[in-house]
Design a protein around this ligand. Structure first.
Ligand SMILES: Cc1cc2nc3c(=O)[nH]c(=O)nc-3n(C[C@H](O)[C@H](O)[C@H](O)COP(=O)(O)OP(=O)(O)OC[C@H]3O[C@@H](n4cnc5c(N)ncnc54)[C@H](O)[C@@H]3O)c2cc1C
Length: 220
């Protein structure tokens, strides 16, 4: 079946970058790469009183949608299940940009933002999404651990947000100081930030087993 052509990132009125538009990226491959590299998504939901909340969640990308889960007991997740609009953001922090003024100091980042409404996944789609979320965090773990029980499945809402309306913003330049600051006798540049996994720490009973290769060898 032919896949529909999705709009370019940043191409709708709601997602067009207005401030510093040269940081906008329209390539879907970059969107996918950001979502595949991130571990946490921030999900925005406005509650029944108009109060916005931003909830961090684990997630996975499946083609052109984001999958995430929450408790059926959560009023915020139930609102999403009922079709409330949301904004989901994934940010990768790549560095501190140390300019010669506070105003021009900033960060290196890759950010993706998706707007839309979620679909509730059921049955096999739900199981498949839970596995994908686990695989995204640590491939191999799902096959090693107990599968969710019927009760655990029932208490879990699994949601899919289509990547139909998205924006991508990437900041990766050197400090952009104003002319009169360039001769200031102060160091300026970029301090890169890298995500690193530490050595695995077993719990009491886990110490009896060797660390699986998929744990010790996992790099992203
Ligand atoms: C780690 C980090 C730290 C930041 N710190 C600051 C800060 O301290 N102050 C500050 O003003 N800004 C900061 N930004 C930039 C901030 O995210 C916004 O891009 C910026 O404030 C412009 O917002 P706006 O709504 O005025 O832009 P507009 O250009 O008007 O936004 C229009 C559309 O662009 C898209 N968009 C905007 N920002 C992003 C983004 N980051 N990623 C993907 N799509 C986006 C959205 O779809 C939005 O609806 C930071 C960004 C990151 C990732």
């Amino acid at each position: 079946m032919e896949q529909p052509v999705l709009p370019e990132p940043g191409s709708t009125e709601r997602t067009r970058l207005r401030r510093i538009p040269e940081k906008a990226v329209t390539d879907r491959e970059v969107l996918h790469a950001i979502l595949d590299a991130g571990l946490v998504a921030h999900v925005g939901i406005v509650d029944e009183n108009g109060q916005p909340y931003v909830v961090p969640v684990a997630y996975a990308r499946d083609g052109d949608r984001i999958l995430f889960h929450g408790s059926t007991g959560s009023r915020l997740f139930r609102r999403l299940a009922d079709g409330a609009p949301t904004c989901v953001t994934v940010t990768l922090l790549d560095g501190l940009v140390l300019a010669r003024s506070a105003f021009e100091s900033s960060m290196h980042y890759r950010g993706a933002m998706a707007l839309g409404t979620c679909t509730v996944l059921m049955d096999e789609q739900k199981d498949d999404a839970l596995r994908r979320i686990s695989d995204h965090l640590l491939p191999g773990r799902w096959d090693d651990i107990r599968s969710p029980s019927r009760k655990e499945r029932v208490s879990t809402l699994v949601l899919a947000l289509p990547l139909d309306e998205v924006s991508v913003k990437v900041s990766d330049g050197m400090p952009d100081d104003v002319e009169e600051d360039r001769d200031r006798p102060v160091w300026a540049g970029v301090v890169p930030i890298r995500e690193v996994f530490g050595a695995p720490l077993p719990d009491e009973a886990g110490a009896a087993f060797p660390v699986p290769d998929y744990v010790s060898g996992w790099t992203r």
